[in-house]
Every structure is written in structure tokens, then in C-alpha cells.
Design a binder for this molecule. Structure first.
Ligand SMILES: NC(=O)c1ccc[n+]([C@@H]2O[C@H](COP(=O)([O-])OP(=O)(O)OC[C@H]3O[C@@H](n4cnc5c(N)ncnc54)[C@H](OP(=O)(O)O)[C@@H]3O)[C@@H](O)[C@H]2O)c1
Length: 253
């Protein structure tokens, strides 16, 4: 079957991508560690939308995972027509106090696995019409983030990489887009120890709103959902970096 692969589909923004792509009638491959959650979502989507949904249990912190995932797709005779690189996590705290292994895993999940999967799947995507790669970055991508140094740096990578790939792959028909949400209501804040930060207390978007903007803009290089996020990114661009990094640090102190 021809399908869209969504990493991190067991919760939050990734789960919502699955729901909205199912409405479009796309066959799906859901990827995450929590297989039970994926299976529950898959059963619901198959029933409601008459689509095929495969679930693959994968820990993207494992450097071998992307190759194994692509092999699993081949074994199941699945051809990929779209890729949503959404899996990711953050961790708040000072760089030297946070656990090193968790920060290295963050780079592996947020950056290395995203690059690895994209590289392996582009040849298949080139064969599809209207193919797309949607990489989930963040408004964190636009400035440095004291107290979340590695997370912000991973998202800066995702934004830069996606923009470059957008231009490189344009002629092949593959649309590459970086989605840059601000604070969004999901399991992310809990996982990143951020529930009590000014950033999350000052309002979140719903995954529904974020994903509908992302899918509507999937052929654009950068999608920043929400007027507040757009204004903050714009203000960041016209302000000195010394100011923006300090403000970012205050938002997650
Ligand atoms: N929420 C926000 O405020 C916000 C803002 C900007 C950007 N983002 C980005 O949006 C993306 C989705 O986050 P979310 O808000 O939806 O958070 P979430 O609700 O915590 O969901 C994160 C997803 O990533 C998966 N994941 C995490 N580690 C993984 C691993 N080692 N292997 C495979 N899958 C893994 C999780 O699945 P399992 O745990 O089942 O493996 C889960 O499905 C992330 O890239 C995040 O950085 C979020």
C-alpha cells in the first residue's frame, strides 16, 4: 500500500496528524514506542475512515531504529508517499545539571533519526506524486534557549535542514516543510518539566489548530501556526540576539 509515515503518533501533535490525514483518506503508518496506544488509535481510524493503518513500535533514540523501520516498511510492502518527522522531546534545566544520556538521546530522536529517516525515504518519495516531508521544528528554532540549550539547538537544526531541503528537492516534486509551533497542549510540557513555566502558563494552542495549519501549508518551507507565534518570531528577527536569548531563558526559568 501507499502510505504516510508519522513518527511520534502515540500522543499530542503526532496523534492529531494521524487523525487529520485519515480524514484526507491517506493510508497511514504510525510509529512510536507505546505500541498499545498506536493500536487503539489505528483501530479507531480504520473503522471511521475506511483506511489501512499499520503500527510500528520503534525507539528512535536507538541509532539502528531508522534503518530497521525502513526495512519493516519494505517487508510489509508499504511505499511511502509522505513523511511526518514529528517524534521529539525536550528537557528543562541547566545543561550541566541535566542527565547527559537523556540530552544525547534528544539529539538522536530530534535530529539524527529525523535526518536518517528522511535520507532513506527520499528515493521512494521521489516516485510519488504530491509527496511531502513535514518536519516538526518549533518557534524554539529561531533563538538560543538558556535552560533548554540542547532542545533549542535541535530545533534550530531541524529548521535549517528543512529549509535547505525544501530548495534542493523542489525540482523533484517533494515538498519539504518545517512546522514551527509555539506552546501546544500535549504531553510535551509534562515530559520536558515545563508545566510551571511562563511559556506554558501564558497560553497554548491545541494540536488540532496546529496540525490543520501545518497540513494546509505543507508545500511552504516554513509554517508558524498562530498569530501570537508569528508576531513573536517576527519580533525575534528584528531584535538583537542578546535580547531574544535572554527573553527565551526567562520564559522557561
Ligand atoms: N507541545 C509543544 O509545546 C511543542 C511546541 C513546539 C514543537 N513541539 C514538537 O512537536 C513534536 C511533538 O510533540 P508533542 O507536543 O506532540 O509531544 P508529546 O505529546 O509528548 O508527543 C511526543 C511523541 O513523540 C514520541 N517519542 C518521544 N520519544 C520517542 C522515541 N525515543 N522514539 C519514538 N518516539 C518517541 C512519543 O511517543 P512514545 O512516547 O510512545 O514513544 C509521542 O508520540 C515534538 O518534536 C516537539 O518537539 C512541541
Amino acid at each position: 500500500m501507499e502510505a504516510v509515515v508519522i513518527t511520534g503518533a502515540s500522543a499530542g501533535i503526532g496523534e492529531e496528524f494521524a487523525r487529520q490525514l485519515a480524514v484526507e483518506g491517506k493510508h497511514l503508518v504510525l510509529v512510536a514506542r507505546r505500541l498499545e496506544r498506536l493500536e487503539t488509535l489505528a483501530a479507531e481510524l480504520r473503522e471511521r475512515h475506511n483506511i489501512e493503518v499499520a503500527c510500528i513500535d520503534s525507539d528512535l533514540a536507538d541509532p539502528a531504529a531508522p534503518e530497521q523501520l525502513v526495512q519493516a516498511l519494505a517487508d510489509q510492502q508499504i511505499t511511502v508517499t509522505g513523511l511526518v518527522n514529528n517524534a521529539g522531546f525536550g528537557d528543562r534545566g541547566s545543561f550541566v545539571d541535566l542527565d547527559l544520556k537523556r540530552q544525547l538521546d534528544m539529539i538522536q530522536v530530534n535530529v539524527t533519526s529525523l535526518v536518517d529517516l528522511t535520507w532513506r525515504l527520499v528515493p521512494q518519495l521521489k516516485q510519488a506524486s504530491d509527496a511531502f516531508v513535514l518536519n516538526v521544528a518549533s518557534t524554539a528554532a529561531f533563538q538560543a534557549g538558556p535552560n533548554m540549550a540542547i532542545y533549542y539547538a535541535t530545533k534550530a537544526f531541524v529548521l535549517s535542514f528543512s529549509e535547505a531541503l525544501h530548495e534542493e528537492l523542489k525540482k523533484t516534486g517533494i515538498a519539504v516543510s518545517a512546522l514551527c509551533p509555539g506552546a501546544t497542549a500535549s504531553e510535551f510540557a509534562q515530559e520536558a518539566n515545563m508545566t510551571d513555566t511562563l511559556l506554558f502558563k501564558s497560553g497554548t494552542m491545541t494540536p488540532e489548530a496546529v496540525v490543520s495549519k501545518a497540513l494546509a501549508g505543507r508545500r511552504r518551507a516554513i509554517v508558524i501556526p498562530g498569530l501570537k507565534n508569528l508576531i513573536l518570531v517576527w519580533l525575534g528577527k528584528v531584535s538583537p540576539r542578546m535580547i531574544t536569548r535572554r527573553l527565551a531563558g526567562m520564559l522557561q526559568a
